[in-house]
Design a protein around this ligand. Structure first.
Ligand code: PLP
Length: 356
């Protein structure tokens, strides 16, 4: 029996993806070989990679200037690969600091050029998205983290700016409708909303590349990956296959528009309980609340351990908050069923009544 899996990532995957993938582990498409045994340059795998990239283009409705890549190294590698490819040594990039992950991106960018931290919500333990900031017109790009996995905040409106926009969408990619064409580069580890750990999606405008003068190592130059059709070296075959299956599932849910409606319903149910249950309290500004990672605490912290134990008994797992915030964090990614949120809300109601 499956549990109610609120893990922050890697996280829950759709059942049909897991069934299909487990069949493919034994015999992939009747080939007599496991998906783990096929050559990456065979037509069998090429079809998987093509379908995954085409689905991404379709679901994100990207224009023709974009190239879509599946890369290794996690979003963490993108923290350095983005400035290495886009930022000149004497250039400046603007970053908005909304938490741990933005900070890691800022730290890497400083190795390649100047970084202007245009705004930060650090002073208030990242409990909101900064609203006031000025971007230097000469900035090469503005980097934002669209959803802050640890603190539970999310940009509800993408900032309007004249400088190219770069975004880390690791924890909310394809969870809602967005005009993805407003961006110059988007990256996301796929292990939360569109697959399993092992690969990172990058959508980059070709027109933004080739402008820096530094020598870029072969494997880190986006242009080499583009030229080689996202197969510069052996790609993470299984992770890309799972991502392709998850994107097919996402399309069946009605794409970004369809999944957004479900995600809104899930988040509304949980936030409503947090706002009405006297035992719990949300940790972030209401207007910036994430629909992906719901962070909340108890006014009586001494009951936290007991609540976690109670949840475990109810097959609710993965809701312990990150150490920087404490309390609880329930991650409601695309594949988390609405029923799981209902079970969590029931547990919160019951526990609260018991303690009243
Ligand atoms: N960016 C965000 C917003 C994340 O949530 C994470 C991981 O949770 C990362 C980056 C790092 O991703 P990876 O572990 O794929 O390098």
């Amino acid at each position: 029996m499956k549990v109610h899996n609120f893990n922050a990532g890697p996280s829950v995957l759709p059942n049909e993806v897991l069934y299909k993938a487990s069949k493919a582990l034994i015999d992939f498409e009747g080939s007599g070989m496991s998906i783990l045994e096929i050559g990456h340059r065979t037509p069998l795998f090429q079809a998987v990679l093509d379908e995954a990239r085409n689905l991404l283009r379709e679901l994100m409705q990207l224009d023709d200037d974009f190239e879509i890549l599946y890369l290794h190294g996690g979003a963490t590698t993108q923290f350095l690969q983005v400035p290495m490819n886009l930022l000149e040594n004497d250039g400046t990039a603007s970053y908005i600091d909304t938490g741990v992950w933005s900070n890691k991106a800022i730290k890497e960018a400083k190795q390649f050029g100047f970084v202007d931290v245009a705004a930060s919500s650090k002073e208030s333990n990242y409990n909101h998205i900064p609203k006031q900031f000025t971007i230097q017109p000469k900035s090469t790009y503005l980097h934002i983290t669209t959803n802050n996995t640890i603190y539970g905040t999310q940009w509800q409106k993408i900032p309007e700016t004249d400088v190219p926009l770069v975004a880390d969408m690791s924890s909310d990619i394809l969870s809602r409708q967005l005009d993805f064409n407003k961006f110059t580069l988007i990256y996301a580890g796929v292990q939360k909303n569109m697959g399993a750990a092992g690969t990172t999606m990058v959508a980059v405008r070709k027109s933004a590349l080739g402008k820096v003068t530094r020598k870029i190592p072969t494997i880190l130059d986006y242009r080499n990956h583009i030229e080689n059709g996202s197969m510069l070296n052996t790609p993470p075959v299984f992770a890309i296959y799972i991502s392709m299956l998850t994107l097919r599932w996402l399309k069946d849910q009605g794409g970004a528009a369809g999944i957004e409606k479900i995600n809104e319903k899930k988040a509304a149910l949980l936030y409503n309980e947090i706002d009405h249950n006297p035992l719990f309290r949300g940790t972030v500004a209401k207007e910036d609340r994430s629909r992906m990672n719901v962070c909340y605490i108890m006014d009586k912290p001494e009951l936290e351990e007991e609540f976690l134990k109670f949840c475990k008994k109810e097959d609710i797992i993965g809701i312990k908050g990150h150490r920087s915030v404490g309390g609880f964090r329930a991650s409601l990614y695309n594949a988390l069923p609405y029923d799981s949120v209902e079970v969590l809300v029931e547990a919160m109601k019951y526990f609260s009544l018991k303690k009243a």
